[in-house]
Design a protein around this ligand. Structure first.
Ligand code: ADP
Ligand code: MG
Length: 714
């Protein structure tokens, strides 16, 4: 029998056949190693035993109960059946019900004890009931697991199966591979072995072990990332980029209906100096939403083009790419510069033509400016004369992708636009020697967006307020948390909510307002207005159509999930309502608020959240900050300080889809301490052994870190 390694297919596991392998494949898992890096997304805290009397109505609870009555099996006509018995603890008794599981009858003998995990519901006046709880026999001295992992699943796969397969994989691989990190480093940084970490992240023996395991895996992930990034950079450092020194931006500036703010002019000047050199520029323009970064990017692109080079602008979403295209192509065509839009939704013919024009040797036929999404990264996009690559809202892109863009046909200068103020220390680790231009000044005449925090009891008044705004000719955004955000269910605990002892804090999470239902409700309430619904599942054509109708004023009320978050510009919008606002991080809320107050209308932001007592301390704190603070930098600092939900560098489904800089287990915003250590250690190791000859396992991991994402490092 061939030896089993991390690279063996999941089908070597007992009981895993073609069907289950297909399920795993849908989660991106084909090998045992990949299965083991399918880290749990949450843990159930079954170790916190409560009395029935104290069980919360809204979350699953662990109780230890003694079976009081013989299970009774009730058959229904519909060939369904249920099993029913009573059980008690010292505080109360409770009815337990299982559906269609008659075979459980023998398990629950009168007098035996179980740990039940489920929701304790109140029935009738004093009755309690649990429906289909998970039951584990309880005997003093026989330990039960305190934390139970919850994995991300796909249709046809159950938690039980994943647990069984992960356990089997750990067994098969036990003692097999050596630790990729040098033992001295493990000792110095007080890290556990990788084998221990992999076992305990999935099957934590106790909460402390989970914390220890997670720390090692976070460290490892940052370490691998830093190795890869440093190797990429040291290769980049030996390259040069074409000096672009010809440009004058005056022709562009003359077209604008305004003059640049001092901060914008400074940024343009810094960029102009960088572009004139043959050292590839790596500069990030950071400035609060609405400060006017787009025109700075346009100026930079113009300099590159006037120097005979090409410029590309990459945006995180199609909506944004189209909006940039609309604005910039207008400027550029008037200056006689060719400009095209390349997005996933472009037709095959368009794509072919754009690719051909980008790589055209003849400068007369060559496309000078391309604006697009990550479609710009696809095969066959080659620049004949790359000059400048601009990415908008950088935290949505992986560092690797940016490096890739600067590699096609030699190196280009790189400009990154971000509304997320990033501390310089963190920028250094994540992006290397990137220079910062801060736009710390708003265009004149901007007014403050008055912000209110309200709960459900204000719903009627809020509807009245919507009506008033629309009657006066304004437009309204209503943002609901996206469907994907429900990934962590109410009774589970996201991994990062574990404290240093590995204990979970279950934060109360109100049921999310279903965006769909709400859109329908608003449409019904305001039949005279145009109400539209925008969400991530719409095809990009449909999204665009909805956005266009909103921008053109055909739609007055736009209900959307957070797809509108970045960059969209509709100056007539004057009211932003955020539903379940406690679910959003500070930076995200600030971004959303930045969607209004862009025109002449007095604008408002209303954050709808659970009432007093229903919100956690930190959620209340976040909303309070929004009510009193309007400065994006101050908000970002608070965000970091509060260790908010990590949207600082972006996470969540949208980001995962766009291939952002997001890690499997680490969180760059929250695990900054570990990140700094790992980056330091990785650099030290590379100084000692630049090509990692003595560390083949690490070399492989570093390579995988980037090849998986971007097909980089060969
Ligand atoms: P962001 O930095 O969020 O990307 P944008 O580039 O979208 O901001 O600019 C926001 C709005 O401000 C746009 O409508 C733009 O035309 C306008 N704007 C940009 N710079 C100035 C300026 N110096 N004076 C007046 N308006 C400006
Ligand atoms: Mg922008």
């Amino acid at each position: 029998m061939p030896t089993v390694t991390e690279k063996s297919p999941v089908t070597v596991l007992p009981g895993v056949g073609r069907v289950r392998a297909e399920c795993y494949a849908r989660l991106g898992i084909t090998t045992l190693g990949e299965l083991l890096s399918h880290y749990p997304r949450a843990y159930e805290n079954r170790g916190e035993i409560r009395l029935l009397r104290d069980a919360r109505a809204d979350a699953k609870t662990a109780v230890i109960l003694t079976v009081a009555t013989e299970p009774r099996c009730v058959r229904l006509r519909s060939r369904k059946s249920f099993l029913k018995f009573r059980a008690f603890d010292e505080s109360a008794s409770c009815e337990i019900v299982y559906f269609n599981q008659d075979y459980l009858r023998d398990k629950f003998t009168v007098g035996s004890e179980f740990r039940f995990w489920g929701r304790v519901e109140r029935v009738g006046r004093n009755g309690l009931s649990m429906s289909s709880p998970i039951a584990e026999p309880y005997a003093p001295g026989v330990p039960l697991k305190r934390l139970c992992a919850v994995w991300r699943l796909t249709d046809g796969l159950s938690q039980k199966q994943v647990e069984r397969d992960v356990t089997a994989a750990l067994e098969l691989l036990a003692g097999g591979s050596e630790d990729p990190l040098p033992a001295a480093l493990l000792r110095r940084r007080n890290l556990c072995t990788l084998a221990f970490a992999e076992r305990n992240i999935h099957l934590p023996a106790d909460p402390r072990d989970l914390t220890i395991a997670r720390r090692r895996l976070v460290y490892q992930e940052f370490f691998d990332f830093s190795l890869g990034a440093t190797m990429l950079r040291s290769r980049a450092a030996t390259h040069t980029a074409p000096p672009c020194a010809e440009g004058s931006v005056n022709r562009l500036l003359r077209q604008l209906p305004y003059s640049l703010t001092g901060a914008q002019a400074r940024a343009v000047e810094e960029i102009r100096r960088d572009l004139a050199r043959s050292v590839p520029m790596a500069r990030m323009v950071v400035g609060d939403v609405g400060c006017g970064k787009t025109v700075v990017a346009a100026a930079a692109m113009l300099i590159a083009v006037q120097s005979g080079r090409q410029a590309a602008l990459m945006a995180p979403t199609e909506i944004l790419a189209r909006q940039h295209y609309k604005e910039l192509s207008d400027y550029f065509t008037r200056l006689g510069i060719s400009c095209a839009l390349l997005i996933g939704a472009s037709t095959a013919k368009e794509k072919r033509e754009i690719k051909a024009a980008l790589s055209a040797e003849d400068p007369q036929k060559r496309l000078q400016v391309v604006i697009g999404t990550h479609a710009l990264l696809s095969d066959g996009v080659e620049f004949a004369a790359p000059g400048l690559v601009v990415t908008d809202e950088q935290h949505r892109f992986g560092a690797g992708q940016r490096a890739l863009l600067s590699q096609k046909n030699g190196y280009a200068h790189l400009l990154v636009m971000s509304a997320t103020p990033i501390p310089r220390s963190l920028a250094l680790v994540l992006y290397g020697d990137i220079e910062l231009s801060r736009i710390d000044e708003m265009p004149p005449g901007r007014q403050r967006v008055d912000t209110f925090v309200v709960d459900e009891s204000y719903r009627d008044r809020l509807n009245g307020f919507i009506e008033k705004q629309v009657e006066e000719g304004g437009q309204v955004y209503v943002v609901c948390p996206s469907v994907e955000e429900q990934e962590v269910a109410e009774d589970e605990v996201a991994l990062r909510e574990l404290d240093s002892n590995g204990l979970a804090h279950t934060e109360e999470k109100p049921t999310l307002k279903a965006a769909v239902a709400y859109a329908a409700e608003l449409a019904e309430r305001f039949p005279r207005y145009g109400v539209a619904f925008l969400h991530g599942r719409l095809k990009s054509k449909e999204k665009d159509e909805v956005m266009r109708r909103f921008a053109d004023g055909e739609v007055q009320i736009l209900v959307s999930t957070t797809v509108i978050e970045v960059g969209v510009n509709v100056p007539n919008a004057c009211l932003m309502i955020v539903e379940n606002a406690e679910r959003f991080g500070l930076s995200q809320l600030h971004q959303l608020r930045g969607r209004v107050g862009r025109g002449k209308r007095k604008s408002y932001c209303v954050l709808v959240a659970g009432g007093e007592g229903k919100l956690s301390e930190s959620a209340r704190g976040r909303l309070q900050v929004m009510r009193t603070t309007y400065d994006g930098y101050a908000i970002a600092e608070q965000d970091l300080a509060q260790r908010g939900p990590g949207d600082f560098l972006g996470n969540g489904e949208a980001v995962r889809q766009s291939g952002a800089l997001c890690f499997r287990i680490a969180n760059a915003a929250e695990d900054t301490g570990i990140l700094t250590q790992a980056a330091e250690d990785a650099r030290a190791l590379l100084r000692e052994d630049p090509s990692l000859q003595s560390y083949p396992l690490l070399a492989e991991r570093a390579r995988a870190m980037f090849t998986q994402r971007d097909g980089l490092i060969s």
